[in-house]
Design a protein around this ligand. Structure first.
Ligand code: MSP
Length: 519
């Protein structure tokens, strides 16, 4: 078991279609957290990828007249392009059709079989292809899938079963003792309620189609897509192939997922790990759903919006900031064009962008663009101390909020500092100091404080707005890159060097009109 590496995963997405805002939501959140941890000086392993087997995928390919592998190879760049556009800093990308994955999955299920955890039986049930899951009649809503609203298909086949029913008590015990393992707590309670009613064994193979990983001891069966997919979290880091790497990185610190797939991650996956005595992931965190007009956003509901349509108007950073700030992480949240414009204009164009322009143009106008000597302790006034205090508190709150995965709260805390810096400008009024010859030193001090505040701000927003942070860093004439910042060493005041040349540049976030063109 390892505390050395901070290991975070996203779900691996089905590439049966293009990525939409919902997929990008999880991935942006994951990137925000990972970038923050890196700047805290942690070693990070950030994994994402694609879930390329299963009936849904096979049917999507068939509809396009392609073989499944040909289809996923064809569509994959659409996914990776969106991640590039959004500056997603993953360390590894796993595709379940890769040999490294298939080899490890076969070893894993073989080990389950060897331990008597798998037996042959017949299954008859109602199957929702979009979920790739069986439902009991009670789980259906008016005979339809509770998530997709479609009528499930009746499937009957000979399947191998995993003895999931043996694990209900162990899972419940674990959550009683270690409740943080499934979050938020409200969702853990729901899962616990369901597990208390008892667990049924899980059918873990299929014979009716071929697109999957063969069951090693009976290759006319393919492994059920969820049993295959969940293992990506360990196959990607060497399970069954490279035990050294596996032990160094596992367990995951956070499996970040949407609430729709919590059952698989909180019940089935932990039980599979228990069956092989492998360590449990530290936290499974299920966030809520993005909705448009109250509907879950997905292609099947035709409300799918492509992330690139919004990135072209708001930029990658505007996009990242909006979704992380606007929606309470953990709950469902509404997306609208109007709220995105409003948030962009108020927080980014006004609070942040204007501050940067004002400060840099004052340094240019009053000090020829050169950073003056930092103030000595005895030169600091109450207003300066208050600015420093708010920054310190804001950062502490950001760290706490990131620890608890309260991502929107982390940004709110950061903006307390941004707003305080704006208030400071009004309070110290550099333009008035500039008119008074006796206030020359004070003018230099306040502009030093503001320039230094921008450096700290660049560091603090770097995890959520990496492009903006980097631009600002360069305008401030600082050396190196914002990805090299270390919060433990670099978040002190008065570290900007005297004599550094700054550059005003164009607005970082030009204001958008209410009716700016959508896609
Ligand atoms: N392939 C499985 C996951 C296997 S993980 C071992 C899968 N893929 S998916 O493409 O359907 O992606 C599901 C995930 O996308 C959700 O859990 C969630 O993280 C994200 N979202 C999909 N639609 C969403 C919204 N409308 N809102 C927010 N996130 C959503 O399930």
């Amino acid at each position: 078991m390892s505390d050395e590496v901070f290991y975070l995963t996203t779900p691996i997405y089905y590439p049966n279609d293009d990525p939409h805002l919902g997929h990008a939501y999880t991935t942006v959140a994951a990137d925000f957290i990972c970038r923050f941890r890196r700047l805290q000086g942690r070693k990070v392993h950030f994994l994402t990828g694609t879930d390329e087997h299963g009936l849904k995928l096979a049917r999507a390919a068939e509809a396009k007249g392609m073989a499944p592998k040909q289809w996923v190879d064809h569509i994959l760049p659409k996914w990776t392009d969106v991640w590039t556009m959004l500056n997603i800093s993953y360390d590894d990308f796993i595709r379940t059709t890769e040999e490294r994955h298939e080899t490890s999955v076969q070893r894993f299920v073989q080990a389950l079989h060897d331990r008597g955890e798998i037996y042959l039986g017949t299954y008859e049930g109602l199957y929702c292809v979009a979920c790739e899951a069986y439902y009991t009649p009670e789980e259906l809503v008016e005979g339809k899938c509770p998530i997709h609203g479609t009528v499930p298909e009746r499937l009957e086949e000979e399947n191998y079963f995993f003895r999931l029913s043996n694990y209900a008590d162990r899972l419940l015990d674990m959550w009683e003792r270690e409740p943080w393992r499934v979050q938020p707590g409200s969702r853990r309670k729901e899962v616990m309620g369901k597990v208390r009613q008892g667990l049924q064994d899980l059918s873990m193979s299929r014979v009716s189609f071929e697109w999957g990983i063969p069951v090693p001891w009976d290759p006319k069966h393919v492994i059920y897509v969820w049993i295959d997919a969940l293992q990506n979290y360990i196959t990607a880091i060497g399970y069954g192939r490279n035990e050294g790497t596996f032990k160094r990185i596992w367990p995951a610190d956070v499996h970040l997922i949407g609430k729709d797939i919590l059952w698989f991650h909180s019940v089935i996956w932990p039980a599979m790990l228990m069956a092989l005595d492998l360590p449990q992931p530290k936290t499974v965190f299920a966030h809520g759903f993005l909705q448009v007009g109250g509907e879950k956003m997905s292609k099947t509901r035709l409300t799918g919006i492509a992330p690139q349509d919004l990135i072209s108007t708001f930029g990658a950073d505007g996009y990242r900031y909006y979704f992380m700030r606007e929606i309470n992480f953990g709950n469902d949240g509404e997306f609208s064009w109007e709220s995105m414009i409003a948030r962009y204009n108020s927080d980014l164009a006004n609070d942040f962008g204007n501050l940067v322009s004002r400060v840099l143009s004052m340094v240019t106008r009053y000090l020829d663009g050169v950073v003056p000597r930092p103030p000595e302790d005895h030169e600091l006034e109450d207003s300066d101390e208050a600015l420093m205090a708010v920054q310190g508190e804001a950062f502490i709150e950001m760290e706490k909020a990131i620890d608890d995965l309260r991502l929107d709260e982390a940004l709110k805390a950061c903006w307390r500092f941004v707003r305080k810096a704006n208030a400071y400008v009004e309070e110290v009024a550099p333009w008035a100091l500039a008119k008074d010859e006796t206030k020359g030193r004070r003018l230099k001090i306040v502009l030093y404080m503001l320039t230094d505040a921008l450096r700290l701000m660049a560091a603090m927003v770097a995890p959520i707005m990496p492009e903006t942070a980097e631009k600002l860093w360069r305008r401030l004439g600082l050396t190196g890159s914002t990805t090299e910042i270390n919060y433990g060493d670099d978040l002190f005041w008065r570290m900007t060097k005297e004599g550094t040349g700054v550059e005003t540049g164009t607005p970082l976030f030009p204001r958008l009109e209410e009716d700016s063109p959508a896609a």
